[in-house]
Write a protein that binds this ligand. Structure first.
Ligand code: SF4
Length: 365
């Protein structure tokens, strides 16, 4: 199919809506893996443009949301140490851990600094040689190269008071776990940003081994509708594949330089995901050349056993087995100003998206 005909927004949208409706001959469930896609689908009203038989489920693509409470409790413990400055992206501040949050610790006098890049955390370390500056290293393949660059710079410059609390996760192996779950997912809307680093080839196994089709998509209305149409078309015609519909940004092999810098600093490890438990090989830890920058290599972080917020369904929502309206706390006890679980905190969180757009349709799908 020549997609040039869909370039004119108004006309293209109508054509794609028509094609989707014509092609969807049965109920189909599509998981949007990426939290940015979740928000974009709501923002552009895409949920209201597609037949009701096409269900869109959010997946494990919000890095803040999939970070387990034990990691959040470790950050909070670190913030309580007098010789530590915790440096973090702002989205981790309000995430509730088992007993507190970084925000509460900061209000109580803990030295928690919001930074906009890992290199700024490194500069903080240079400015405070008497403190251990610990950067909270949470995120997927999109974020990891910048942290690798900061660590390489720390090593080259001999800045020995810069550390990371490492909780990185990688997307393809988590999708393999999703493919094996009982969640009725028929196809995947694959992330744009992560794919720009790892490339389309990283997902081919999902079609080949699990018969799960997927389309890598951008974030504009035409991108999203085109990808949904392609997924529906593959399912109804039984031609299962991984398709890159975001070629203006994503290649088959991804960003090789970024992959190389990750490989110079990190190596695969098992990782624990909220809701999914431990998935072998789905995380990254510092390799032997950089392990000295792992705060856990020099400090024993002594936390109480983590506990989950009572009644919070974030774990099931991230696996696609529940949606936010299934949670008794949604929009009552749990709101963005007073979140009970991480999916209500993050700007990429599924509960935050459902809450933000709850009065303008589409939030019950
Ligand atoms: S609404 Fe709140 S408590 Fe319920 S699943 Fe979402 S974040 Fe958790």
């Amino acid at each position: 199919m020549n997609f040039d005909q869909f370039r004119t927004p108004g006309e293209g949208i109508e054509k794609l809506k028509h094609l989707i409706a014509k092609t969807a001959d049965r109920d189909i469930t599509i998981m949007e893996v990426c939290g940015t896609h979740t928000m974009a689908l709501f923002r552009h009203g895409i949920r209201d443009m597609i037949p009701t038989g096409i269900k869109l489920l959010s997946g494990p693509g919000c890095p803040v949301c999939v970070t387990e409470n034990s990691v959040i409790d470790k950050m909070i413990w670190l913030a309580g140490q007098s010789d530590v400055i915790v440096a973090t992206f702002g989205d981790m501040l309000r995430v509730p851990g088992s007993y507190s949050s970084l925000n509460l610790q900061k209000a109580n006098g803990a030295n928690v600094q919001v930074v906009y890049s890992p290199l700024l955390a490194l500069e903080l370390a240079k400015k405070h040689p008497d403190k251990k500056v610990v950067f909270i290293a949470v995120g997927f393949e999109t974020t990891i190269p910048a942290i690798a660059v900061a660590l390489k710079s720390a090593k080259q410059r001999g800045i020995n008071n810069f550390f990371v609390l490492c909780a990185h996760k990688t997307v393809p192996i988590a999708l393999e776990a999703i493919a094996g779950m009982d969640n009725n997912v028929d196809g995947l809307l694959l992330p744009g940003h992560v794919s720009s680093i790892i490339g389309a080839n990283a997902y081919r196994f999902l079609a080949e081994q699990y018969s799960l089709p997927g389309v890598i998509a951008g974030f504009e209305p035409l991108d999203l509708l085109k990808a949904i149409y392609m997924i529906v078309d593959m399912i109804t015609s039984s031609k299962i594949a991984i398709v890159n519909a975001y070629e203006r940004v994503v290649s088959d092999t991804g960003n090789i330089k970024a992959q190389q810098v990750i490989a110079q600093v990190f190596e695969p490890c098992d990782a624990s995901w909220r809701g999914m438990g431990t998935i072998a090989g789905s995380g990254l830890k510092l390799n032997e050349d950089y392990v000295a920058f792992d705060i856990e290599s020099i400090m024993r972080i002594d936390i109480a056993p983590p506990i989950e917020p009572a009644g919070c369904l974030c774990g099931q929502i991230l696996c696609g087995t529940k949606t936010p309206p299934d949670c008794a706390h949604f929009a009552s006890k749990c709101v963005p100003e007073n979140p009970v679980g991480p999916c209500m905190v993050s700007t990429e969180g599924t509960c935050a998206a459902y809450y933000k757009y709850r009065n303008i349709g589409g939030s019950d799908s």
